[in-house]
Design a protein around this ligand. Structure first.
Ligand code: UD1
Ligand code: CA
Length: 434
């Protein structure tokens, strides 16, 4: 399809009151990114002329989208004077003869699904689906086999409410239809809004061709509530995980795993049950064991978990990270940290072993400090490494050492002088006298 031939308008100015949130609806996230991000990304696959209509929380919506995209136009809707999806279309100036209008609350749409709307000569193509529960959707009134009009739920009669064919919320209009009918929309309805959906009845009166396109809920589900958001998340997650499994990633109990759309796998990887992997994480030839959380990090040739937490900006290569280990903003290469540790703002080199319970004390209450640990260092269990600290190669640190700031020279042993006393038969004396 020729990208030059079609313009896309994304309606994203609504308040989204049914979300019961102070955040604009289109900024609610699915698989780690705002709903509107997913829609624009898909829109870019089929068009070079994309306009996003903003209104409610326009600054926030614009700022978030501009952090992802640089070639989209924004149009501000006068939501006070002209509320509603029709009001959103008021000052639209598309470049092309075909205009695809997308609701900003449909994060699951795919480019393939959208192509069907524009590969036709009809004046209007509108999306419909049949639902068991049509609650919230506009009902599509079909008579004599032809679409007559769309009735919004709040305006529908008892009989109309029973209609199960609903408007999915995506339309392709020829530019002339937009120019002719948008100025004639009225707000004489239950919500006192200008409905884009009323274009259908106006066009029908003029005997224009309205072509309904049956679509599936998998790609066209709209989000009006937090429950819809959760339902769409499940669908999006399945898509993401199926894609990675198709590319060779092993997943155990995939339904329990959450992987954001920006995560990348390479080589042979296994992800066990109940893991959460977010941000721009790259995982290559690694095994992520159950209940681990990995955020915005690089993991290569390593095994992580079970129950490990890898926080943003960590780079872990050729390493073993065991249970209850938290790593933050640290680079580890060829390291073993098997149990119960906190490693933050650290660089650790090959052959180093971090004993159970070792903590890098990186925060003095005001500033964060760095820890640098060289090659083949053995750090005994339950040691506290107070940063800033540099431990050179081939160092041994005795169990239970509190190592204060400074530099530990190559080859040394570090231990705190702790006196160990043995008082014989103390136990028996203690309990007989008490
Ligand atoms: C809309 C349709 C309904 C359809 C449903 C499909 C209308 C009047 N109704 O209803 O027939 O079944 O989508 O999901 O179009 N928006 C603006 N400006 C506004 C109001 C809304 O840009 O003044 C945007 C919203 O941000 C949202 C989209 O338009 O992305 C749809 O608005 P919403 O209020 O969710 O419409 P629905 O009631 O779902
Ligand atoms: Ca909606």
């Amino acid at each position: 399809m020729n990208k030059e031939k079609i313009s896309i308008v994304v309606l994203a100015a609504g308040k989204g009151s049914r979300m019961k949130s102070s955040k604009a609806k289109v900024l609610h996230a699915i698989s780690g990114k705002a709903m509107l991000y997913h829609i624009i990304k898909t829109a870019q696959e089929i068009s070079n002329d994309i306009t996003v209509v903003i209104g409610h929380q326009k600054e926030e919506v614009k700022e978030v989208m501009e952090s992802y995209f640089d070639s989209i136009n924004f149009l501000i809707q006068d939501t006070k004077k002209y509320p509603g999806t029709g009001g959103a279309m008021k000052n639209i100036v598309p470049k092309n003869e075909k205009v695809l209008v997308l609701n900003g609350d449909m994060p699951l749409i795919t480019a393939d699904a959208l192509r069907g709307f524009v590969d036709t000569d009809a004046d209007i193509v509108m999306s419909i689906f049949d639902l068991k529960d049509s609650n919230g959707y506009g009902r599509v009134i079909i008579e004599d086999g032809e679409v007559q009009r769309i009735v919004e739920q709040k305006d529908a009669s008892e009989l109309e409410l029973k209609v199960t064919t609903v408007n999915a919320g995506i339309y392709a209009f020829s530019l002339s239809v937009i120019k002719k009918y948008i100025p004639h929309l009225s707000n004489a309805n239950a919500q006192k809004e200008y409905y884009l959906t009323d274009v259908i009845a106006l066009a029908k009166e003029d005997s224009l061709v309205i072509s309904p396109l049956l679509v599936n809920e998998e790609s066209f589900k709209g989000v009006n509530s937090k429950r819809d958001l959760a339902d769409c998340e499940v669908i999006m997650q399945n898509k993401i995980k199926n894609r990675w499994m198709d590319k060779g990633v092993v997943m155990q109990l995939p339904s329990s795993i959450y992987i954001e759309e920006s995560v990348i796998f390479e080589g042979e990887c296994t992800v066990e049950n109940s893991c959460k992997i977010t941000g721009n994480t790259l995982i290559k030839n690694s095994h992520i064991k159950s209940n681990s959380v990995i955020e915005n990090s690089i993991i290569k040739n390593s095994d992580i978990g079970p129950l490990a937490h890898i926080r943003p900006f960590s780079d872990i290569q050729d390493s073993h990270i065991g249970n209850f280990v938290e790593v933050k903003k640290s680079s580890l290469s060829g390291v073993k940290a098997g149990h119960l540790s906190y490693i933050g703002d650290a660089e650790i080199d090959k052959g180093t072993n971090i004993g159970a319970g070792v903590i890098t004390c990186n925060y003095d209450g005001i500033y964060k400090h760095k820890t640098s640990i060289g090659k083949n260092v053995f750090i005994g269990s339950d040691s506290q490494l107070i940063a800033p600290l540099k431990i050179e190669d081939d160092v041994m640190i005795a169990a239970g050492t509190t190592l204060t700031s400074g530099k530990v020279p190559k080859g040394s042993l570090i231990k705190n002088q702790i006196e160990v006393r043995t008082i014989k038969n103390f136990y028996y004396k203690y309990f007989t006298h008490n």
